[in-house]
Design a protein around this ligand. Structure first.
Ligand code: FES
Length: 180
């Protein structure tokens, strides 16, 4: 009668050492090497894919538009180009701002109507003197961008900075800070 294995009835006894077969060794080694190479190739691709999301917005997002000395109490239309990065696609669309200067400072309004997005202009309708008017559905706004009809919100404004040498720089759009 053969002797039972010494660990068979003693689960707490020393465990028998299991040898790794040549096949297992090869498959572990090849698997590890493949994972390493795939990881090495994939990392730059992942980095490339998320790169635009990692870019921080900086002060350079402000664009030089006009000399402060050229501004008046009457809003004037100014065009400027901004660098837009959409994922990996870069473009330079032309933007418009209506800028005026008063006792509260410099106000740069966006011409995008807050009704359905048409373009407003200053003093372009004799019925609405000294107002912004939208030709699409008749929305009109005060000089500070307060909505008077049709639209439900005031015109947006651009962030404004003035440089030491007297130039107006415009940044991103934000909700109107003067009126609601
Ligand atoms: S889009 Fe301006 S009034 Fe409708």
């Amino acid at each position: 009668m053969s002797k039972p294995h010494e660990n068979e009835h003693n689960p707490h006894g020393p465990t028998a050492r299991k040898e790794m077969s040549r096949r297992q060794f090869l498959s572990y080694t090849l698997g590890g090497a493949s994972a390493f190479m795939i990881g090495g190739a994939a990392l730059p691709m992942v980095r490339f894919a998320v790169d635009p999301l990692l870019q921080k917005k900086t002060d350079s997002d402000y664009v030089k538009v006009v000399e402060v000395s050229k501004l008046t109490a009457e809003p004037q239309e100014f065009n400027f180009e901004v660098l837009q990065v959409d994922g990996w696609y870069e473009s330079k669309p032309t933007m418009t701002a209506w800028i005026c200067k008063d006792e509260k400072g410099i106000l740069a309004l966006s011409p995008t109507c807050k009704h359905l997005g048409c373009t407003v202009s200053w003093n372009n309708n004799e019925k609405f003197k000294d107002q912004y008017f939208c030709p699409c559905h008749g929305a009109h706004y005060t000089k500070e961008g307060k909505q008077l009809a049709v639209a439900r919100a005031p015109l947006d404004e651009y962030k404004v900075k003035v440089s030491e040498d007297g130039f107006v720089y415009l940044g991103s759009k934000q909700s109107n800070t003067r009126v609601q």
